[in-house]
Ligand binder design. Structure first.
Ligand code: SF4
Length: 143
């Protein structure tokens, strides 16, 4: 095992690594993140998919303490399940850091979409980001 893995891997939002896991079946590739995964230094995961949501899927945003799709469907339970599964990976691998896609209702750090589906932001964090903070895992946002 490499010394990198002995210290725990880096985990990244899968869409940043070029995986087409976003609601619209696209990715948001960040070249540095793709490189880390290609070099075996980082593991990609998508908490929304781990929660059982399909791809593509309707976009969802946080409204109050719920996550609601643009069609008005409450997907909070799937989001919570996705957080639970993603945290399992973080704990199993003793991940030392997680790079997270900005603005997402799941992965966003500091700012998320405001629930109006108009591309407007509000202060807040995604459910996965919140759980990682609570665990004390180092996180960094990538736009
Ligand atoms: Fe999945 Fe997070 Fe990317 Fe959303 S932002 S597609 S939950 S990895």
């Amino acid at each position: 095992m490499s010394s990198q893995l002995e210290k725990g891997p880096i985990i990244v939002s899968a869409c940043l690594a070029g995986i087409n896991c976003r609601y619209d079946c696209a990715a948001k590739s960040a070249p540095d993140i793709v490189k880390m995964v290609e070099e075996g230094l980082a593991i990609p995961l998508c908490p929304e998919q781990l929660g059982g949501l399909p791809t593509p899927r309707p976009p969802a945003e946080q409204i109050g303490d719920k996550v609601i799709t643009i069609d008005g469907v409450d997907v909070t339970a799937q989001y919570q399940k996705g957080v639970e599964e993603a945290i399992k990976v973080v704990e199993m691998t003793a991940a030392k850091k997680v790079y997270l896609k900005s603005k997402s209702p799941m992965c966003g750090v500091g700012q998320i979409y405001d629930g109006t589906f108009k591309g407007q932001l509000k202060p807040g964090e995604g459910l996965f980001a919140r759980a990682l903070k609570k665990l004390g895992v180092m996180i960094e946002e990538v736009d």
